[in-house]
Design a binder for this molecule. Structure first.
Ligand SMILES: [Mg+2]
Length: 296
């Protein structure tokens, strides 16, 4: 069977030297030459291996051990350019956890972060963790949330390029968050997503009173992927999902290509591909896009 091995470094660091690609080539069956996707940062190698992908994977890992590079091996026959992208928001498309930023703005940072941390590592039920944190920030003025969106939330490197490039190539892009629609609407616009979903915060006279039922959690993220896929008549083979937290696991498993992005260990181990060094443009390299095809 034919495979493609993709090596990706952090952007602009030129980690992927010729020496490294040579060692990779030597270790892979048939010693394939690299195809550069991004000079100095990303390259792919096509090879045949009747024994499956695992031998090549562990050989590559051993050879490149300790280098700040992400390694993925995917079947080459698969349709690599995906038609549906489902992305988590907090700590994936943006670098922050919204509720922690709200709490910091409200002076309740430490109490709330402790709960977020426990929830994202899988130690706490997502829904009860969300409700517990919202109770801590109840009564907050809506203007505080607007300030959080303006000053504290930032797209992660490559987020906009990922969405714009996939869109330009005919993919549908949806932002699906266990966080709040107050923010998913704003962030979806900044990155260019077609659609966004999240939990609706409730306000009375501009003051936060709670969160609407049902709370969108782990199953709802997976269901969202299936719903968009069926509605848009997209084959399961053409789906890509990305996330970092325990509540993304079902969604990552349901997608053809599930990518853990700078994820918690539990999630990184489980996902098909784990990106720990590179930026979000890594998701484009995984699909075989090269720098000159990127849309900003
Ligand atoms: Mg997240």
């Amino acid at each position: 069977m034919e495979y493609v091995a993709i090596l990706i470094g952090a952007p602009q660091k030129n980690t992927l030297t010729r020496e490294i690609t040579q060692s990779a080539s030597l270790i892979l069956p048939g010693n394939p030459a690299p195809r550069w996707l991004s000079p100095g940062n990303a390259a792919e190698f096509r090879f045949f291996d009747e024994g499956g992908e695992w031998g090549a994977r562990s050989d590559l890992r051993a050879t490149l051990y300790g280098l700040p590079l992400d390694i993925a091996i995917l079947p080459a026959r698969e349709r690599r350019r995906k038609k549906l992208l489902i992305a988590d928001m907090d700590s994936t498309i943006i670098g922050q956890e919204c509720i922690d930023e709200i709490a910091a703005e409200a002076g309740k940072g430490d109490e709330v972060s402790a709960i977020t941390e426990a929830a994202m590592y899988g130690g706490l039920d997502f829904r009860s963790a969300l409700r517990a944190r919202i109770r801590l920030i109840e009564g907050l003025n809506e203007a505080v949330l607007a300030r959080v969106a303006d000053k504290r939330l930032h797209l992660n490197p490559g987020a906009r390029t990922l969405v714009q490039t996939m869109r330009a190539n005919g993919a549908y892009c949806a932002l699906v968050s266990g966080g709040f629609t107050f923010f998913t609407r704003i962030i979806a616009k900044r990155a260019g997503f077609h659609a966004n979903r999240g939990n609706e915060l409730l306000f009375i006279n501009g003051q936060l009173t709670g969160v609407a039922d049902p709370v969108l959690g782990r199953e709802a993220k997976r269901d969202a992927l299936e719903e968009y896929r069926i509605k848009l008549n997209i084959a399961a083979a053409d789906t890509l999902a990305v996330g970092d937290g325990a509540n993304d696991l079902d969604m990552l498993e349901a997608a053809n290509l599930g990518v853990a992005y700078h994820a918690k260990p539990l999630v990184a181990e489980d996902a098909r591909v784990s990106i720990d060094h590179a930026s979000l443009t890594a998701l484009l390299y995984l699909q075989g896009y090269s720098d000159d095809e990127f849309i900003e």
